[in-house]
Design a protein around this ligand. Sequence first.
Ligand SMILES: NC(=O)c1ccc[n+]([C@@H]2O[C@H](COP(=O)([O-])OP(=O)(O)OC[C@H]3O[C@@H](n4cnc5c(N)ncnc54)[C@H](OP(=O)(O)O)[C@@H]3O)[C@@H](O)[C@H]2O)c1
Length: 243
Amino acid sequence: MGKLEGKVAVITGGSSGLALETAKRFVQEGAYVFITGRRQEQLDEAVKQIGRNVTGVRGDAANLDDLDRLFDTVKQEKGKIDILFASAGKGEAAVLGEITEEHFDKEFGLIVRGTLFTAQKALPLMNDGGSIIMTGSVASVKGFPGFGVYAASKAALRSFARTWLNELKGRNIRVNVLSPGQVDTPDSQRLDEETRKMFESLIPRGKMGRPEEIAAAALFLASDEASYVNGLDFAVDGGFSAI
Ligand SMILES: NC(=O)c1ccc[n+]([C@@H]2O[C@H](COP(=O)([O-])OP(=O)(O)OC[C@H]3O[C@@H](n4cnc5c(N)ncnc54)[C@H](OP(=O)(O)O)[C@@H]3O)[C@@H](O)[C@H]2O)c1
């Protein structure tokens, strides 16, 4: 029997990268998953790769109407949610001095505002005892030049987790942040060789994380094995942020 037998999971940004790998793992463990992404073609390809027990709902996690459509679909098809993995996000670079309103609004609009309303709109469908996981980043505890706005937006998720778990304690809903280090996803594959080597030199094992390694950590946080794990900022980074 799988670790998520009979559970329903919603995964934003699940059409690629580490969240897609997590969706695959959740289904292998017995869950039904709803995944989102903005590009229909990518979403269709992801649904095909997952193969069964999946619904793709096209939408932008920063857009509140799209989020309403997502949760309407979940309500109609399954009527409940056990696991919310709010993972849609993207790190764009701009150093202090060159930060535009557009850059700030885009990063905070998706990562902070989008994640907040994703959780709030999911809540009426969430079963007591459910698990909310947000994708943070170890960037939030580091000081990478150019990633100040992205890092601050991810740090806000750690703060949300602390307040929300307290607000939701009567329903026994756990709220954790999963903070990956550098992971070899399509997004990271855009890095040039020099930047990639630089990142890898900072990781004790000298190799980036694999999406499967993030999926394993997400599975733990989603499952009853993590029943006593709440409010964590769970770094999955090969020790990068610890040294
Ligand atoms: N890869 C890393 O090294 C790393 C490290 C730390 C944290 N993270 C975080 O992990 C998460 C996933 O990263 P990844 O590297 O796996 O990314 P990825 O390979 O680029 O995949 C991201 C997925 O999210 C979707 N997406 C992007 N913006 C969206 C939006 N506004 N609404 C709905 N879906 C959206 C994308 O599809 P569409 O473009 O079609 O919407 C894509 O399917 C992000 O939150 C990122 O900040 C990644």
